[in-house]
Design a protein. Structure first.
Length: 95
């Protein structure tokens, strides 16, 4: 697809909140987190936090709440003793 047609098509798809939300839900890894990879799935604390914050706007829907809970449960398993989340080493200022 050419760039001049791909970008408007992407904007059209993601302007629909339901489509964008489902795409985000579908991207969740088995362990409850989200990652950066297009193929495969390695959860990351930062990507998971961003996904949870994004979904929080739609909290109250049981299906969305389950996704948020899965993300929060993942984050509980990867926190460092210093309170940070170390995707690329310990960093208490991230997420």
């Amino acid at each position: 697809m050419r760039q001049d047609t791909a970008i408007p098509k992407m904007a059209q798809i993601f302007a629909d909140t339901d489509v964008a939300t489902q795409a985000l839900i579908d991207a969740r890894c088995e362990g409850g987190g989200w990652g950066y990879e297009y193929e495969g799935c390695n959860s990351d604390a930062d990507a998971t936090a961003w996904a949870v914050v994004t979904l929080a706007d739609q909290a109250g829907d049981p299906a969305i709440d389950a996704e948020i809970e899965a993300g929060l449960a993942y984050l509980e398993t990867v926190g460092n003793e210093d309170g940070g989340y170390g995707a690329f080493g310990s960093n208490a200022n991230t997420t």
